[in-house]
Design a protein around this ligand. Structure first.
Ligand SMILES: Cc1ncc(COP(=O)(O)O)c(C=O)c1O
Length: 452
């Protein structure tokens, strides 16, 4: 039989996968260290277990006690797994910018989650650092693991992630590219690899709105560098003890948009569904491509899994609202948003009154007119009203046959909304499109205005 004693034994030994389509402009061999294969779906399982075991060894917690941590989710997941196996409780403080999925997952593994405001300074009593510290003082037999300053964090990567990369690349790795948050990953990996080969270059990925890059380049902690950003997991408004700046050769800032766009490209073009910071890491590498040659072997560390971001970077609406999607809105995007609306049509034999009633009940102002599955014309609220108000001999009981207009134009679902001006006019307020399943949809002026 081949089995592990418990889930914690499956942490580490993650695969390395060559990147292709997303790095065609990069001359080097680019390998992704896919940390989503850890049981908690992120690299943080490694350091979480190490922090828990070191706390046990140091006597900072007794059996049945409570681990407290400020975490954006991934570290919490790792701690929760270790706590479940070892019989501890967990309370996590997190910030309100983190995805709901991340918080729900932490609750699913038994943790209590306290959400704190993002846009307060770290020393504000409401910040997620301050709340964690306060709880650790109040709750008996509890330990605040403090991933920012607890050096067991970087030691975990010195002991496991670094040696794995060295072994998997047969000692040929020349560059590491990795997002920096607590600094545990970059510092632990860098220390191990530089001990093997001091020429290996370590590139940290930073966000706009974080203090790392400026501090690294000038030694100045510049508060003007701090402002809100959207990327999750990397960049900081503090200098965690786990960041060893002396081991980092360069910090590259990546925009929120580029990180998100590259994460989506990794999913669609490489088939690897990853978190935001993985996209930032590849975007940063592409920004630095001119510093590389064909003989270089670059390892990019992918921290976490994309499932935690389905409502965010993998959601077109979310991307569009933030101006992150350059692509035009197409008819098919609009149909996607209207999925549950039925296709409503009239027939020539129906009365003016009946058709007006259907329009009123469905809150629409125009309809296609069908005969035996074929679109033969269109009818608008205006032509119905004109008929009723038209005087002598005209009334609501007449059939609509005499006032049916020309059919609405049919357009391909790939047509961009900004190309519709040639179809939509005063006389022609709608177009018709067929989706992949053959279902027809009416797209009206109103739909287009809403989408834009
Ligand atoms: C998704 C994600 N990416 C990157 C990082 C940064 O890793 P580290 O804290 O080891 O610097 C984190 C850390 O929280 C993370 O959750």
């Amino acid at each position: 039989m081949d089995y592990k004693e418990n889930i914690l034994e499956t942490i580490g030994n993650t695969p390395m996968v060559k990147l292709n389509a997303t790095v065609t402009d990069v001359p080097a061999l680019v390998l992704g260290k896919v940390e989503t294969f850890n049981p908690g779906n992120s690299i943080k399982d490694r350091m979480a277990l190490k922090m828990v075991e070191d706390a046990e060894k140091e006597g900072r917690i007794k059996p049945g006690g409570t681990f407290i941590e400020c975490t954006s989710g991934n570290t919490g997941m790792g701690i929760a797994l270790a706590a479940a196996v070892k019989g501890y409780k967990c309370i996590f403080t997190t910030s309100d910018k983190q995805s709901k999925e991340k918080m729900d997952i932490l609750k699913a593994v038994g943790a209590e989650v306290i959400v704190c405001p993002t846009n307060v300074t770290p020393d504000d009593p409401r910040s997620y650092y301050s709340v964690a510290e306060k709880l650790s003082k109040e709750i008996p037999n509890s330990a605040w693991l403090n991933q920012y300053d607890n050096l067991s964090n970087r030691t975990a990567h010195y002991e496991s992630t670094g040696p794995e990369i060295w072994k998997q690349t047969d000692g040929k790795v020349t560059h590491i590219v990795v997002g920096v948050g607590t600094g545990g990953t970059i510092s632990g990996v860098a220390k191990y690899l530089k001990e093997q080969n001091p020429n290996i270059k370590i590139w940290g990925i930073d966000t706009y709105g974080s203090v790392f890059k400026k501090f690294h380049e000038t030694g100045e902690f510049d508060e003007k560098e701090i402002y809100p950003y959207i990327t999750e997991g990397i960049g900081e408004d503090i200098l965690p003890k786990n960041v060893d700046f002396s081991l980092i050769d360069h910090f590259e800032k990546v925009s929120d948009k580029d990180g998100a766009v590259y994460a989506r490209r990794l999913a669609r073009e490489e088939g690897i569904l990853l978190g935001y910071s993985a996209g930032s890491a590849v975007a940063g590498l592409v920004q630095l491509k001119d510093k590389l040659t064909k003989d270089d072997v670059v390892v990019v560390i992918f921290h976490d899994h994309g499932s935690r971001y389905v409502g965010k970077i993998y959601n077109d609406e979310w991307m569009r609202e933030r101006g992150f999607l350059d692509t035009e809105i197409k008819i098919k995007d609009l149909i996607e948003g209207k999925k549950d609306v039925h296709f409503i049509s009239a027939t020539k034999s129906q009365s003016v009154k009946d058709v007006l009633t259907i329009m009123k009940d469905n809150d629409i102002s125009q309809m296609p007119v069908m005969e035996e599955e074929e679109i033969v014309g269109s009818i608008t609220e205006r032509s119905l009203l004109n008929h009723i108000l038209g005087g002598e001999g005209k009334g609501p009981e007449d059939s609509i046959s005499d006032i049916v207009g020309t059919p609405f134009p049919t357009v391909e679902i790939d047509t961009a909304l900004n190309k519709l001006n040639r179809y939509i006019s005063r006389e022609n307020p709608a177009v018709i499109a067929k989706d992949m399943t053959g279902r027809m949809h009416v797209i009206t002026q109103y739909d287009i205005i809403q989408a834009l």
